[in-house]
Design a binder for this molecule. Structure first.
Ligand code: 1QQ
Length: 383
């Protein structure tokens, strides 16, 4: 029997198979650190994207088109992030890119996306200046400069802190920016700094710095660090017999902190838009779906990636896909800023970043921070 294409598509449509069989692929690049120390964040981020895309596709995709993730490992390294961005944009011809994991890599790779007029959407980049790189840069990660002041003030009040010691990584864009924000917040709150110490990426022994901090006798320790270094610092502090609480940033919000520091991390205060304790329906559904799929607890980074995929989907629903790549990329860029979303991380909107040096900027996250405290090996809301 001969059957016309028109007739075939009619049959498939009526059988409800059209989206699976006939729809176009919407190629979404995912450039995250899937190996190396930053994989602690990157793998959770990839899982969040996968969960959201699978759910969206199972419900018929985006206007009948399928979200097709092109996933690449940028290893948490600047050079690799640049390579992966070029591959995704010019070889795979993706519609847009999610990533990279670290702000440090975003400063290297995002200019490539902006030059090619491709949306680059960070779900974990919290340093100042990310979106100043150009009008194609978006993020739903909340800046350290929005979160750390709220977190620091809450910790000062909770523990009655008068003086702190500070430790930070001085060769990473995120940890350096976090230090600047902590410093200006501490100055504004008139909190004395007893001692400031630094370390470099990959350091594992912090005894020299921590011995000096111990001698300066602070009420608390402020730490602008990525998770692995933070966990080792906390652990070694306890080994030295110090009991002070820690105040940390976005980098702390990972189950990995507790895998290394265990309940030594108790009384660590950290701010984030996401909390496992937030009992909003969208968050409960996300947590249950994540556990069912990956047999592990989600973290902030998975939640932000999950929400980001929904944010992009909301924009894509407003776009007519023409098949002409430049046009479709531009249409997505135009549709994104108006998206509002209420997901695992709560209510979200974009906020236009200020132009810098006469250069048009992209969009930051407009979202409130929740202050958490570690108790018994997990973060709970600080009330
Ligand atoms: C940044 C961060 C890190 C904690 C990445 C996961 O926030 O580099 O901006």
């Amino acid at each position: 029997m001969k059957i016309s294409l028109k007739k075939l598509s009619f049959l498939l449509l009526s059988a409800g198979l059209a989206s699976a069989t006939l729809a176009a692929d919407l190629k979404i690049g995912v450039a995250e650190a899937l190996t190396g120390p930053a994989a602690k964040y990157g793998v959770a981020i990839k899982n969040g994207f996968t969960l959201a895309a699978d759910e969206i596709n199972a419900k018929g995709g985006v206007n009948g088109n399928k979200l097709a993730l092109v996933v690449d490992d940028e290893q948490g390294k600047k050079e690799e992030a640049i390579n992966v961005f070029k591959k995704l944009i010019f070889q795979d011809k993706v519609l847009m890119i999610f990533g990279p994991t670290l702000s440090n890599s975003a400063f290297a790779a995002d200019p490539i996306a902006n030059a090619a007029k491709v949306v680059v959407f960070g779900t974990s980049n919290t340093a100042d200046g990310i979106t100043a790189m150009g009008p194609y840069t978006f993020r739903n990660s909340v800046m350290e400069s929005d979160v750390l002041p709220v977190t620091t003030r809450a910790a000062i009040k909770h523990f009655g802190i008068k003086k702190v010691a500070v430790i930070y990584g001085n060769d990473d864009a995120f940890t350096k920016n976090g230090y600047d924000v902590f410093k200006s917040t501490l100055d504004a709150q008139k909190i004395a700094v007893t001692n400031t110490e630094t370390y470099a990426k990959g350091d594992v022994d912090f005894k020299a710095q921590l011995t000096k901090i111990k001698a300066s006798n602070p009420d608390a320790i402020v730490c602008s660090c990525l998770a692995e270094e933070a966990a080792n610092i906390i652990l070694q502090t306890r080994t030295l017999g110090m009991k002070q609480p820690f105040i940390g940033g976005n980098g702390f919000n990972s189950p990995k902190l507790f895998e290394i520091a265990k309940d030594g991390a108790d009384n660590t205060v950290m701010g984030s838009p996401w909390s496992a304790d937030n009992s909003a329906a969208a968050n409960k559904a996300f947590i249950a779906a994540y556990k069912a799929k990956f047999n592990a607890d989600p973290d902030q980074f998975a939640a932000q990636a999950y929400d980001a995929m929904h944010i992009v989907t909301a924009a894509l629903q407003k776009v007519t896909i023409t098949g002409t790549l430049d046009k479709d990329r531009q249409a997505l860029r135009e549709a994104l800023p108006a998206v509002k979303f209420d997901g695992a991380t709560g209510k979200f909107a974009f906020r236009r970043a200020a132009a810098k040096d006469g250069k048009e900027a992209g969009y930051d996250a407009q979202q409130d921070a929740i202050v958490n405290i570690a108790k018994g090996g997990k973060f709970v809301l600080l009330k």
